[in-house]
Design a protein around this ligand. Structure first.
Ligand code: ZN
Length: 579
């Protein structure tokens, strides 16, 4: 079938959305006040810790670093007065660490002997202790390789680092200044000048504080810092509570975080209104993710498990402006911060959240998306097909723990009113069956979205949705309209009542077709009974993502049509307020 009911519906809804306008009045609630202004972004943790982690001031932006820790409640950096004017430093565990140069980067320190440049773990600790950094530093400076160690609130002056205890004891004797030979604990972090064996600072506060490092600004601008080929705003935390390698966390203000996020989640070439919608959405989403990785000591990771973040490397004037022009704006519903899920594309319709995950939320209602199709041709993989032979699907299910016979049929058993797959059922050759619902449809089948059909056919719910639900777009929001009392403006300027049984839309071939109640139920006309086409289970669909909340490509399309970020947010999140 060339022109599916689903397609009619999208075209018709798009036409209506443009033709009609409604005025909405909204009560303005008090602006949301976030509980914190600094986010903790986990960069290296768990099984992905680092033996060493370098930092380098971005030229003209920073001129050295200060050391301290972070207040656990406010997350503010608390300086302990220790500073270095070295612009390239590396944090590492307090072991014998050999420098390994790497082309195109600052190099790393490793425990294998890979060269002669080494940071030793045995130190000469000079007599006495100090209440402040400068007093300890004044003593340490009198010795070759002198540095200050901060140990649970007390400063010590040290002289040199050695790879053996005997070497350090020889040095202790020849210095003749007294003191003792020390080495670190499982918590100690040494800081060296990158590329050298020169220690400049050590930090050990057990499990009470983790080391914080903040760049010193060289001018009025906020300093930025290179780390592993990307640059970042904010400060960094290093921690190794169980003697492991370094966990690295970026402590960054919400607004600076967003400046890094926008070009990673979208692109710095996208329309400003789409970027602004993403800024407000991501800012709001972040508040719902505070402590999401709390057991690892941070809020959000840098992948799409939370939100994609690559420092500020790809930020430009447009993405920064999108953040600045929406600064401090959050999405709320009845005064409460919203869970603003979003995904790459919805394939034509988003979905009520309870049809994908567990709990219903009033602002996460599925909408028919008449915009995204504008840009479908430029989204790679927008239309997708996945095929499984019976033996492939059987193996897949067994691999997922199902003790099934050969799968003989795969069908969609229920669609939502928006035409997304709600449940699919598989049957095996022993007559047993399994039904998968909601997001399990996507994961079980290994496909990109729940906007799909199996064995051909069309998405039925879309027609039903059209007959019962029509949306108009005002300057600020999409609103569902009653089907009675609709009017359309004809080409001659005449306004006419628009009962549903005489609605017409233009299809993709340029033909005018009737779209009325009579088409409801003309569903899955091409579906094969068992889901197979030419012997293979054939799953076809559109879009990529979980179908809940904003479509990023839909936002792009709406911005291209001249709509604002407020239009975009109100379209994808039902009944929300922005401020
Ligand atoms: Zn995460």
């Amino acid at each position: 079938m060339k022109n599916t009911p689903a397609r009619f519906m999208r075209i018709a809804a798009a036409a209506l959305a443009l033709a009609l306008a409604v005025t909405l009045t909204r009560e303005r609630a008090g602006a949301y006040v976030p509980p914190i202004s600094i986010l903790r972004i986990g960069m290296y943790y768990g099984g992905n810790t680092l033996t060493s982690a370098n930092l380098q001031n971005v030229d003209g932006s920073g001129s050295g670093f200060e050391f301290g820790y972070f207040d656990q409640a406010t997350r503010e950096f608390i300086s302990i007065g220790a500073v270095t004017y070295e612009t390239r430093i590396t944090m590492m565990r307090d072991a014998n660490m050999y420098y390994k140069s790497e082309s195109g980067s600052s190099g790393v320190y490793v425990q294998e002997k890979v060269g002669d440049v080494v940071v030793g773990c045995f130190h000469v600790q000079l007599p006495g202790s100090f209440g402040d950094f400068n007093s300890a530093d004044a003593v340490a400076r009198q010795y070759n390789g002198g540095f200050v160690k901060y140990d649970n609130g007390v400063f010590y002056a040290c002289a040199g680092d050695y790879t053996t205890r005997a070497g350090a004891e020889d040095a202790l004797a020849s210095l003749g200044a007294g003191g003792s030979v020390t080495s670190g604990t499982q918590y100690t972090i040494a800081v060296a000048i990158t590329g050298t064996g020169r220690v400049i600072f050590e930090f050990d506060c057990g499990t009470s504080h983790a080391l914080g490092v903040r760049p010193l600004a060289s001018g009025a601008e906020k300093p930025m810092t290179w780390f592993k080929g990307l640059y970042y705003y904010g400060a960094f935390q290093y921690y190794r509570p169980s003697g492991e390698d370094l966990r690295v966390i970026n402590f960054v203000s919400v607004e600076d975080y967003l400046k890094g996020l926008l070009p990673a989640e979208m692109s710095n070439t996208w329309p400003i209104e789409a970027l602004k919608a993403q800024a407000v959405t991501a800012r709001t989403y972040a508040m719902g993710r505070l402590g999401a990785h709390g057991s690892n000591g941070f809020d959000m990771c840098t992948t799409d498990h939370c939100q994609v973040y690559q420092g500020s490397r790809y930020a430009n004037e447009t993405t920064d402006r999108a953040v600045d022009e929406t600064a401090g704006q959050y999405i709320t519903y009845n005064g409460e911060i919203c869970e603003t899920y979003y995904a790459s594309s919805d394939g034509g319709a988003t979905e009520d959240v309870e049809n994908v995950w567990a709990q219903p939320l009033p602002h996460l209602r599925g909408v028919i998306d008449p915009y995204e199709a504008d840009v479908a041709s430029r989204v790679s993989g927008y239309n997708w097909t996945v095929k499984y032979s019976p033996s492939e699907l059987t193996a897949r299910m067994r691999g997922r723990g199902y003790n099934c016979g050969t799968i003989v049929s795969l069908t969609v058993t229920q669609y939502t009113k928006n035409g997304n797959a709600y449940s699919v059922t598989m049957k095996d050759d022993n007559g047993r069956s399994w039904t998968f619902k909601k997001d399990d449809v996507r994961t079980t089948l290994g496909v990109n979205s729940i906007r799909l059909t199996i064995g051909g056919g069309t998405q039925p719910g879309a027609v039903e949705a059209f007959s019962g639900r029509v949306y108009a777009n005002s300057g600020t929001a999409a609103q569902e309209l009653e089907m009675s009392g609709l009017y359309a403006v004809g080409g001659d300027g005449e306004t006419q009542a628009l009962p549903p049984e005489t609605l017409y839309a233009i299809n993709g071939s340029g033909e005018t077709v009737e779209v009325g109640a009579s088409t409801v139920g003309s569903v899955k006309t091409e579906s094969s009974a068992d889901g197979k086409i030419d012997g293979k289970f054939t799953i076809s669909g559109t879009g990529k993502g979980h179908n809940v909340g904003m479509s990023q490509w839909g936002a792009y399309a709406m911005a291209q049509r001249g709509m604002t970020y407020l239009d975009i947010i109100h379209f994808y999140y039902t009944g929300v307020e922005i401020g």
